[in-house]
Ligand binder design. Structure first.
Ligand code: B1M
Length: 209
């Protein structure tokens, strides 16, 4: 059975109630959880995006696919986080104000948890104050996600508030999301840009051994 094709199709078609069992069976059949994410689930969301742009999918279908993806991630989460070494470093991650996209941010959170970081997943549409509060509550790394060109400017406000509150040097600020670039991250004064979840793990693992 081609599990990758089957899972890809199930996400695209939004088979939310079947996907959990399917993902579990695929793992039992020997497919690596990381491959399910990289080679089936993320490509499925890219297909959904193409279908949206082509006018074949509308918001309800996209929402259903995203929620199906989330269910798959919920099933895979225990496998992806297995083996975390427990670094004792808290990372707070959230999506910037005005932005409701949470799938990529959740993936980053799961992968970092798998690498041994303690995770506070703060949610979406967050004002700058929420990110600063996370640092006051003990996060040493604060991650900000944005998926919209119209929301990414909000990352600048997050950095500015950290500076204004005298907490800029107390945290490592990591930013990412589809429209975000290394150049933009440097412009706004973030410490780290990660293009995807694996990259975020790689960089933070190097910085926090
Ligand atoms: Co939206 N949407 N959406 N959407 N949506 C995009 C992002 C878009 C590219 C689609 C398109 O037009 N091709 C486009 C943005 C264009 C732009 O600004 N450049 C877009 C738009 C325009 C919109 C609306 C404005 C549409 C409308 O209403 N007219 C609206 C905005 C709502 C709002 O946020 N205020 C909207 C709404 C939605 C839904 C609610 C329907 C749904 C979100 C559901 C949810 O998240 N719960 C949705 C979805 C699902 C998408 C697409 C199809 C898929 C996003 C996704 O989940 N990708 C998306 C097209 C696309 O990206 N292909 C699109 C899978 C995920 C694993 O990847 O999130 O990129 P991604 O995360 C990656 C990296 O970016 C990175 O790591 C992850 C992979 O490892 N990363 C980080 C992300 N955050 C990181 C943080 C880090 C480090 C790395 O450190 C902290």
């Amino acid at each position: 059975m081609d599990w990758l094709a089957k899972i890809n199709e199930a996400v695209v078609k939004g088979r939310k109630h079947e996907i959990g069992a399917m993902a579990g069976e695929a793992v039992d059949a020997g497919i690596s959880p990381a491959s399910l994410v990289d080679d089936a689930i993320i490509p499925a969301m890219n297909r959904v995006s193409d279908m949206w742009r082509a006018g074949e999918y509308f918001v309800p279908e996209v929402m259903r696919a995203a929620s199906t993806m989330q269910s798959a991630m919920d099933t895979l989460r225990p496998y992806l986080v297995k083996g975390g070494t427990g670094k004792g470093i808290r990372v707070a991650v959230g999506t910037v104000k005005g932005d409701l996209h949470d799938v990529g941010k959740n993936l980053v959170a799961i992968m970092l948890e798998g690498a041994g970081f303690e995770i506070e997943n703060m949610g979406v549409d967050l004002p700058p104050e929420r990110f600063v509060q996370a640092a006051r509550d003990g996060a040493r790394i604060v991650g900000v996600s944005s998926l919209l060109t119209t929301s990414m400017g909000g990352m600048r406000d997050v950095v500015a508030l950290f500076e204004q509150d005298g907490l800029r040097d107390a945290v490592t600020l990591i930013v990412g999301g589809a429209p975000v670039t290394e150049k933009f991250a440097q412009e706004i004064g973030a410490d780290v840009y990660a293009e995807d979840a694996a990259h975020a793990v790689q960089i933070l693992n190097k910085m926090f051994k």
